[in-house]
Write a protein that binds this ligand. Structure first.
Ligand SMILES: [Zn+2]
Length: 430
């Protein structure tokens, strides 16, 4: 267990006044911190040095956020390749490996370097949203295995002085019992799972408001939170805080109490929205890729492309915060998808399916069903194949390679899927 932060330390993590800095001051401060950060990254992370040297850019050339355009965007694919050719961190680690408190392995496959700064950053997010508070009993219902979900949240809650119930994923009825018996005040889980738990409670005859003590739910990890948010708030009286982040960058943007987009978390990260083909920053309300440069002394990614498409606005928010806002996340770029809070690359699907020569063509279709992500795998097979055995084998293999099972495997006759069929069809955005 990590040591709990004192009240003083907690206060130092979150300085509310910075959120409403006059825009000019905010810009100046951001630019100053950015130029220092780029110099630090250049001196301490060999991959950043190489990136700048290759582009013929000196760290002193980066004085403003606009100057970042001089550097190419490093895509997630490139990061995976850099890590594979130079494991574990591809030259981006700027601190001794054994100074990290956690190393996670996310689908990609990709290693994530987590130090105390990431914990402090998340603590700030919780303090900003006002929950959970020290003394809360929190059920953590995200995966504890390898990926930075359950264990990371546990670290953060430990630091804050909460009591954690490490429940992990699945076993809805047992989790419900824990929530009830322990009178937990919060559940941190993917929104669709939280909804499943709440529905289960009703099915079992409970009145969630009367029989439980739960007041907060996390709204991160899935993109359709907005659809669920109203239900959480209105039907169950839960407070929900949402945000946008990735496991590589951490929290990139957070929702204020007005729910009108996500304010850039510029204490931790310089956010740009860029044209994926040119790397140039786009204007307000134009669509581009979310690109982040971390203020990190541990893993200082510079111009890292998330693969997520979004638009932003710099119009003042009625809440008074002056950081620009991501207005909408609009989908994903390239050959990967995010589903059930996991990240799957087409290469991983190909790798999983390469073990099944009897399946020459396949296609993963993503849908929203009520509030949940649903994955259907369409496969073409010869007639007479043992469908159950093949389904089991495919699911086992997919779980091994990218940690997800299919909700449904649809058997198609040969020739139904086009020759160059898209491997991912995502209907959740339409
Ligand atoms: Zn706001």
């Amino acid at each position: 267990m990590l040591s709990r932060l004192s009240a003083e330390e907690l206060a130092s993590v979150y300085d509310k006044s910075k959120e409403k800095m006059p825009p000019k001051d905010r810009e100046r401060r951001l630019n100053e911190r950015l130029s220092e950060q780029v110099q630090f990254a250049y001196n301490n992370a060999p991959a950043v040095k190489e990136k700048l040297d290759k582009a013929g850019v000196s760290p002193s050339d980066i004085r403003t956020v606009k100057d970042l355009e001089k550097l190419p965007v490093t895509t997630k694919d490139e990061l995976v390749k850099l890590q594979q050719s130079n494991p574990p961190f591809g030259g981006f680690l700027a601190a001794p490996l054994n100074s990290l408190n956690r190393i996670y392995a996310s689908p990609g496959p990709i290693y994530d370097a987590f130090g105390l700064e990431r914990i402090r950053s998340r603590v700030r997010g919780f303090l900003r949203s006002g929950w959970p508070k020290p003394g809360d009993v929190v059920l953590v219902s995200t995966a504890y295995h390898m990926v930075p979900a359950g264990l990371f949240l546990t670290d953060v809650l430990d630091a804050m002085g909460c009591t954690v119930v490490p429940a992990g994923i699945g076993q809805t009825e047992l989790q419900l019992k824990l929530l009830h018996d322990l009178q937990a005040t919060a559940i941190l889980g993917y929104p669709s799972f939280v909804m499943t738990v709440l529905k289960k409670a009703e099915e079992m005859g409970y009145d969630v408001r009367r029989d439980f003590n739960i007041r907060y739910a996390m709204g991160a990890g899935e993109r359709h939170i907005q659809m669920l948010r109203k239900t959480f708030e209105e039907d169950y009286g839960l407070m929900v805080s949402g945000g946008y982040g990735t496991s590589d960058l951490g929290e990139v943007a957070y929702e204020c109490e007005l729910g009108q987009g996500y304010h850039y978390e510029d204490e931790d990260c310089v956010v740009e929205i860029v044209d994926p083909s040119t790397g140039k920053q786009v204007g307000p309300h134009e669509v581009g890729e979310v690109v982040g440069t971390l203020f990190s002394k541990v893993y200082p990614l510079v111009r890292f492309g998330t693969g997520d498409l979004a638009s932003y606005t710099d119009e003042p928010c009625p809440c008074g915060r002056t950081a620009p806002r991501i207005t909408r996340i609009l989908g994903m770029l390239g050959e990967h998808i995010r589903v059930k809070a996991m990240f799957v690359h087409q290469r991983e699907l190909d790798e999983a399916m390469s073990q099944f020569p009897e399946v020459p063509k396949y296609q993963m279709v993503l849908r929203l069903e009520e509030h949940r992500d649903r994955i259907t795998l369409n496969i073409e097979v010869e007639p007479g194949i043992d469908r159950q055995a093949l389904s089991d084998a495919i699911n086992k293999r997919c779980q091994d390679v990218f940690k997800l099972r299919m909700d449904k495997i649809e058997f198609l006759a040969k020739g139904i899927l086009p020759e160059d069929c898209q491997k991912f069809v995502d209907t959740r955005w339409s």
